[in-house]
Design a protein around this ligand. Structure first.
Ligand SMILES: Cc1cc2nc3c(=O)[nH]c(=O)nc-3n(C[C@H](O)[C@H](O)[C@H](O)COP(=O)(O)OP(=O)(O)OC[C@H]3O[C@@H](n4cnc5c(N)ncnc54)[C@H](O)[C@@H]3O)c2cc1C
Length: 386
């Protein structure tokens, strides 16, 4: 049964994440946003607490706490620092995908190392300059050699691209059109021929690096292939289903933190001889944000619970990401409105939450792509029922 209340072990993981966020991330979050960079030290501490392998089997070095615990933990982390949180979510996704599709040797070599932070974090290299929403249009190519594969091409927008020690990289392995000719490979960040580009200058998430990656005839062994030849697109879509639970949770964390701040501020700020919280206009903004964030949380818990039960959860994960990312953005916007001019300045944290949450409507599938996933599934079910 799907329970709204977390059980004891889920609560334990959420508490661990909350305490870690308060102790380690909170003192650094504002400066990280102002100066940019990469939170390597914080991520090493996250690894020590098991936060890089929350839903990874214990025998592979993970915490094996399940998808619901993962969602709850990500919400807590994102309330404090979305930049560090996004590196954590991508690394968890990479560890999970190798645990699921890897050979026993690949699992043993890479997953414990990812969970322990030995790779710093993992990276997910799917998008290209000409292939974002439509990864089937990718041009990166892996050619068969006598000893394995030769990888050549370029990726764009790769989260943690400056520091990740291991990437899952998608490449075309045949001339079959679209998704059919795509395979997935495990590529170490220090492999000869891997070139990390300069981080993009972004609106938000300044403490998360987003970089191009070039693969200049990178020689890979046979053991670099993840899953079967031609199975790459399916692997990417399954990984993204789970990833969307993480991004939805990240969005909720940002929206919740901004809303909580606005509530506290509204009780203190006086205008017209009364706290602004006594004005109905302010109360309605508080009520709308609370309602929408709660609804988003329930959608995320449902998707995570379905995943945990081994059930199909693709549509539900897309619904959760679509709704959470759009409503969390509105919640951050309302929070700025409640703070008035102060909300627009960097003296107060709510403008950072708005900048940080904006990209959750774009990465791991834009809102438009989520609507396509949801409607396609409903239309297919309808046609097979009739
Ligand atoms: C900060 C950041 C971090 C990222 N991290 C990673 C990462 O770690 N790994 C990775 O592989 N990628 C990453 N990405 C890439 C991200 O997943 C893509 O940006 C996203 O999928 C959209 O692709 P695009 O930017 O090429 O936009 P496009 O695909 O060019 O889309 C442009 C617009 O057209 C719309 N559109 C496209 N197709 C359709 C359609 N069929 N119907 C209706 N509307 C459509 C889109 O919704 C969007 O509004 C990251 C991006 C950012 C900004």
């Amino acid at each position: 049964m799907l329970s709204v209340d977390p059980n004891e072990s889920q609560r334990l993981i959420a508490d661990t994440a909350r305490q870690f966020a308060q102790r380690v991330l909170a003192p650094r979050a504002t400066q990280l946003d102002l100066e940019g960079g990469f939170p390597a030290e914080s991520l090493a501490q996250a690894a020590e607490l098991g936060l890089l392998g929350i839903n990874v089997p214990g025998e592979l070095g993970g915490v094996e706490a399940g998808a619901v615990a993962y969602a709850l933990a990500v919400i807590e982390l994102a309330k404090v620092c979305a930049s560090t949180t996004v590196a954590i979510t991508v690394s968890n996704m990479v560890a999970e995908v190798i645990a699921k599709f890897g050979t026993p040797a690949q699992r043993e070599e890479h997953v414990p190392a990812l969970c322990a932070g030995e790779y710093i974090v993992g990276g997910f290299a799917l998008s290209e300059a000409g292939a974002g929403s439509d990864p089937g249009g990718m041009r990166t190519r892996a050619t068969k050699t006598d000893t394995g594969w030769r990888l050549s091409g370029s990726k764009l927008w790769i989260t943690s691209g400056t520091h990740a020690g291991l990437f899952v990289v998608w490449a075309r392995t045949s001339d079959e059109p679209g998704a059919r000719g795509i395979s997935a490979f495990l590529v170490k960040g220090d492999a000869p021929g891997v070139v990390r580009g300069k981080p993009e200058h972004k609106l938000g998430q300044h403490g998360s690096t987003t970089t191009p990656l070039d693969f200049n005839d990178v020689e890979l062994g046979e053991d670099a292939l993840l899953g079967e030849v031609g199975q790459g697109f399916k692997i990417a879509m399954m990984a993204l289903d789970g990833g969307r639970i993480g991004i939805a949770s990240l969005a909720i964390g940002c929206g919740q933190a901004a809303s909580d701040y606005a509530v506290g501020y509204a009780r203190e700020r006086q205008q017209f001889g009364a706290p602004i919280s006594s004005f109905q206009a302010i109360q309605w903004m508080i009520a709308d944000s609370a309602t929408e964030l709660d609804a988003a949380r329930l959608l995320v818990l449902r998707a995570a619970w379905l995943k945990e039960q081994g059930k199909v959860f693709s549509r539900e994960a897309s619904m959760a990401k679509l709704y959470a990312s759009e409503k969390a953005y509105v919640a951050c916007d309302r929070a700025i409105q409640v703070l008035g001019g102060y909300g627009y300045t960097r003296e107060f944290p709510v403008e950072r939450y708005l900048r940080d949450v904006r990209v959750t409507r774009i990465f791991e599938g834009t809102s438009e792509i989520q609507r396509i996933v949801i409607s396609r599934d409903l239309l297919r079910r309808h046609s097979s029922a009739s």
